[in-house]
Design a protein around this ligand. Structure first.
Ligand code: HSE
Length: 350
């Protein structure tokens, strides 16, 4: 059976959960999927780096508390040394789940670039590298015969990007509209129930939905990146971040929400893109008071949904979780499964 050696870049909630899945469900997954996974390197800002060509003892790695010690106490280094580890470790696949600056895509974009230059495929949950450097990194992967997968960048493990790519050949995708940020959706829902804005944001943070800086959720930056990814990857739009108009929810008051409720409407933060008659694509993020029978009006709490506008099927909607450790770790697993499927397909075609 094939075993893929993987490196975990960033050992926070998402990659830790992937490691837990490998440790606890590895045998079951191998039986079901036809391949095994072995972690051969981990890097982390707080823990440092640990590289073991023969495989890292995951129980040991998961027991280490970053508040108490680093990998230096376990035969590794206190220095993450990301570039050296990514370029030189024995991994076939780099699972990238670090912090990213949404304005530059760094350092995640460099992590992806180093891996692809060194002959390693990449899956990432980071929006920055895909939104800001997607064409360059996809081109680099293709030129080097590698995979660059990023299902978790939009709606965590809920299959949106791969779903659209696989389902829609043969028809025209004219655009999409979606609720793509769980935090803002949760906040709007709680405010509609009568809770204050600050308290609603705090709750979203406590529940782990919000970005490290929740203004990215509230002001629409997070959705702007996701709209950019979907517009470029699914509509071939060739847009830049500044081309996606952005307005968040911070100007909405409890009064706006209750007025809308009385009128049979509900405020949602909607990210959308549409193909214009001249072939160009317009994209935006803005709050909208949707009628209650609108397909997105019933998407509640931290859930996400995207409705694709197709010519032959009309609207096709996918809904599911858009955030969460387990949900996002599953996105990485689904990326690896997709890479395995593509590899088998190439072997079958040869
Ligand atoms: N903070 C995001 C959200 C999750 O609330 O949807 C990751 O994109």
């Amino acid at each position: 059976m094939t075993t893929y050696d993987i490196a975990l870049i960033g050992f926070g909630g998402v990659n830790r959960t992937l490691a837990e899945l490998v440790a606890t469900r590895g045998d079951e997954l191998s039986r079901e999927l036809g391949f095994g996974l072995r972690v051969v390197a981990i890097t982390d800002l707080r823990l440092g780096s640990l590289v073991r060509d023969g495989g890292i003892d995951m129980d040991m790695a998961l027991r280490i508390n970053p508040a108490d010690e680093t990998f230096a106490a376990h035969g590794g280094s206190a220095d993450p040394d990301n570039e050296r580890v990514i370029r030189t470790c024995a991994a076939d696949i780099i699972c990238e789940a670090t912090f990213t600056n949404p304005a530059t895509g760094e350092p995640a974009a460099s992590h992806v670039r180093w891996a692809l230059e060194a002959g390693k495929s990449v899956c990432t949950t980071n929006k920055g590298p895909v939104a800001l450097h997607g064409a360059e990194l996809t081109g680099l992967a293709q030129r080097n015969g590698l995979h660059f997968e990023f299902e978790g960048a939009v709606m965590s493990g809920t299959p949106v990007i791969r779903f659209a790519r696989q389902l829609f050949p043969g028809l025209n995708l004219n655009g999409f509209e979606g609720i793509l940020n769980g935090t803002s959706n949760y906040v709007l829902g709680r405010m509609e129930e009568g809770l204050g804005f600050e308290e609603s944001v705090r709750e979203a943070q406590q529940r782990g939905y919000a970005e490290a800086d929740p203004t990215a959720d509230i002001d629409g930056h997070d959705v702007q990146l996701k709209v950019l990814i979907m517009a470029n990857e699914l509509l071939g739009a060739g847009l830049r971040l500044a081309d996606v108009q952005r307005q968040g929810i911070s100007a909405l008051t409890p009064g706006d929400l209750s007025r809308a409720k009385n009128e049979g409407r509900r405020w949602k933060l909607v990210g959308s893109a549409r193909r214009n008659p001249d072939g160009t694509v317009s994209a935006s993020v803005a709050p909208a008071a949707l009628p209650l029978d609108h397909g997105l009006a019933g998407v509640s709490r931290a859930n996400n949904a995207v409705s694709f506008n197709t010519d032959l099927l009309g609207p096709v909607t996918v809904s599911g979780p858009g955030a969460g450790r387990v949900e996002t770790a599953y996105a990485l697993l689904s990326d690896i499964i997709a890479m395995h499927g593509a590899r088998n397909q190439v072997a079958a075609d040869a």
